[in-house]
Design a protein around this ligand. Structure first.
Ligand code: DP6
Length: 320
């Protein structure tokens, strides 16, 4: 029996991943770029060689669909594995558009590899994490991370790559939590429906490479206006494909739209702040560290809760 505990941070996409070129391997239709966050984290302990397979989430036995996904992921690490016990905790609401699947599968991959006694190679780990949940392949590093779309059918060239560390740029993500309720349509289902039925999906795929190049250049130059503009463009295009799917997928709540207007008004007053949203109603606002409290105050009354997060570091692992 051996045991390892890993901690990984969620990441928020600045240039979005939406759509798969291969469903089974979670190969993306587009490349993406993210920022790993500090403070929020998933901590996962894997016991390799337990009396039976067992999965706990936030202190309680996990729902069977969640447990199946977790155990199937350990099978990817070693198809001949012994029974394993997994105990995982999120320091933030699960499945509310705050990327718990990203930090979750990153921490599970790392703890699983180390508990199994395998050599840790971040690129290999990123390829494995991607198969659990696409965005998880970006949480294997801190700071700004690019996920390569890749072209190979086996996915060996589709993984994360660190672009700039957490100290590169002192930006903030102000997370405006509209609700912590579980989302009605999960990302995977949403991507399948969008690809199948939105007339805008081909345009989304065709134009996203240019957004990615723009985002990467903006990060290198520490140009917030350039990055924020590309980020909002990527977000609105992604949500346009959701809104035009059949049946449509509308994650936005009235408070989501209120926050979008507030941030646009802040910009009119000279505050550099830009919005992004994922598969949920919450809004994440990118701004300079010096503006974060003013942004949080401006949107605070419109939502349930506001959190200010900065760039986070690499995941960590301890073996017991
Ligand atoms: C909207 O990584 O959760 O947050 O690969 O199906 O598990 P699966 O999806 P997931 O999708 C995240 C989509 C997004 C945008 C992003 O994070 O890039």
């Amino acid at each position: 029996m051996s045991r390892a505990t890993a901690t990984a941070h969620p990441n928020i996409a600045l240039i979005k991943y939406w759509g798969k070129r291969d469903l089974g391997l979670n190969l993306p239709a587009v490349g993406s770029l993210s920022l790993t966050l500090d403070r929020f984290h998933t901590t996962t302990q894997v016991t390799w060689g337990a009396p039976r397979d067992e999965v706990h989430l936030n202190g309680s036995p996990a729902a069977s669909s969640f447990a199946r996904k977790v155990l199937a992921h350990l099978d990817r690490i070693d198809p001949h594995r012994p029974p394993c016990a997994v105990d995982t905790h999120n320091s933030f609401p699960t499945a509310a558009g705050l990327a718990s699947s990203a930090s979750g599968f990153a921490a599970l991959t790392l703890a699983g590899i180390v508990a199994a006694g395998l050599l840790y190679d971040p690129i290999r780990a990123s390829i494995l994490a991607r198969q659990g949940s696409g965005s998880a392949c970006r949480s294997l590093w801190g700071g700004f991370v690019r996920w390569h779309r890749g072209t190979r059918a086996d996915g060996q060239d589709s993984h994360g790559e660190p672009v700039a560390g957490p100290d590169h740029w002192d930006v903030r993500m102000v997370v405006a939590l509209v609700t912590s309720a579980q989302k009605a349509v999960g990302s995977t289902e949403g991507m399948i429906r969008t690809r199948r039925s939105s007339p805008y999906y081909p345009t989304w795929v065709e134009t996203s490479e240019a957004d990615l190049s723009e985002g990467l250049a903006a990060v290198q130059a520490r140009d917030l206006e350039r990055l924020g503009t590309a980020m909002e463009r990527s977000t609105y295009k992604m949500h346009a494909t959701m809104h035009t799917a059949e049946p449509p997928i509308l994650y936005w709540q009235p408070a989501t739209v209120a926050v979008l207007h507030t941030v646009a008004a802040l910009r009119q007053r000279g505050v550099g702040a830009w919005c992004t949203m994922d598969a949920g109603p919450n809004v994440k606002i990118l701004c300079e560290a010096a503006d974060a409290h003013a942004v949080a105050r401006a949107v605070g009354e419109q939502v349930q809760q506001v959190e200010i997060l900065g760039p986070g570091g690499d995941p960590t692992v301890e073996i017991e």
